[in-house]
Ligand binder design. Structure first.
Ligand SMILES: CC(C)(COP(=O)(O)OP(=O)(O)OC[C@H]1O[C@@H](n2cnc3c(N)ncnc32)[C@H](O)[C@@H]1OP(=O)(O)O)[C@@H](O)C(=O)NCCC(=O)NCCSC(=O)C[C@H](O)C(=O)O
Ligand SMILES: [Mg+2]
Length: 294
């Protein structure tokens, strides 16, 4: 039995992170039973201006309820340039979710201002900052945004806003967005941050959604943000190592560890230490997902 737990950092699955309008009581209730890894209780785009104060109170009450099990619970506040931002920030800091998600973060200076505000409002230490990168400017400054603070743990792609700002079309394969997606991914990996892919709007198109999950997985994203409960299962499967991948990882590690040299072949493929590291990562992800289920 190959185990990675002694060598790997703690890994938290973020395969499926579901947005819901905090103004939607039914969705807030339903979310308690949806098998997603994380929830984003939205105060921004999904909530009409008149509904913002009530939505803010509902999101904070949801965090306080303790009724969402081991799902990572976050609140997306309104952007720094809006009239709601300061009150949202104060309320979210007092509620103490796992993270405060901030839209349209465009610079390292913006990250530092947000972190200072979290400290001023006494946000508990466990409350992290998730920065949404969703403008051309953010794509071009993604590395400095990601590196600006240890409190920033996750980058979240905002592909609707990015497409809007680029005057791009939403097309299968996302060709117009690939440069931005890749720049953000490079920034996340270079700075050791998690990165979650953007949403797929066509909620009834399962085939298109699964293809986009697979693309995101193959590119290296840790998971996908979602807008409908019907998308959770597909994302959970796409962003988890398959049984075959786990079996392959175990076999590869065993083959390498029972050899004497620095290179072996496993199932006809060359295996070096770097492949063993990838295989160990696969096993730690699988173990973390299993632990989440338990
Ligand atoms: C997209 C929707 C408006 C569709 O809503 P609806 O037509 O009501 O869906 P269904 O009838 O199929 O719903 C079935 C049941 O599921 C519940 N439901 C639906 N969506 C959610 C959800 N997101 N979370 C929890 N529960 C949900 C319904 O209440 C039904 O329950 P029941 O009646 O008990 O059976 C809707 O899905 C929706 O509002 N989705 C979220 C939209 C959102 O949050 N958008 C903002 C984030 S996207 C974004 O902005 C990303 C970024 O900034 C960017 O730039 O890209
Ligand atoms: Mg957006």
């Amino acid at each position: 039995m190959v185990s990675t737990s002694s060598t790997s950092p703690v890994f938290r699955p973020r395969r499926s992170v579901l947005y819901m309008p905090s103004s939607n009581e039914r969705a807030l209730e339903k979310a308690k039973t949806i098998p997603c890894d994380g929830l984003i209780l939205d105060l921004e785009d999904a909530v009409a201006p008149d509904a913002k104060p009530a939505a803010r109170a509902a999101a904070c009450a949801a965090v306080a309820s303790g009724e969402y099990g081991n799902r990572e619970l976050t609140i997306r506040i309104n952007g720094a340039d809006t009239e709601w931002h300061d009150e949202d920030m104060a309320a979210a800091c007092a509620a103490g979710p796992d993270a405060i998600v901030v839209p349209k973060v465009n610079s390292a200076a913006a990250v530092r201002t947000l972190v200072a505000a979290m400290e001023d409002h006494g946000a508990p230490e466990h409350t992290k900052l998730w920065a949404m990168v969703e403008t051309p400017y953010a794509m071009l400054h993604a590395e400095e945004i990601a590196a600006a603070s240890d409190r920033l743990t996750v980058l979240v792609m905002g592909t609707n806003d990015l497409a809007k700002e680029l005057y791009a079309e939403h097309v299968p394969g996302r060709q117009p967005l690939l440069t931005g997606l890749s720049l953000a991914l490079l920034a996340a990996r270079a700075t050791g941050k998690v990165i979650i892919d953007g949403v797929y709007n066509d909620v009834k198109n399962e085939e298109g959604f699964l293809a986009e999950c697979q693309q995101g997985r193959e590119m290296g994203f840790d998971g996908k943000t979602l807008i409908h409960p019907g998308q959770v299962e597909g994302a959970n499967t796409a962003f988890a190592p398959s049984e075959k991948a786990v079996e392959d990882a175990r076999g590869l590690i065993e083959a390498f560890e029972s050899s004497t040299g620095g290179v072996v072949t496993y199932n006809g493929r060359m295996v070096e230490n770097l492949h063993v590291e990838s295989a160990k990562r696969t096993l730690s992800i699988a173990e973390a997902i299993e632990a989440l289920g338990a």
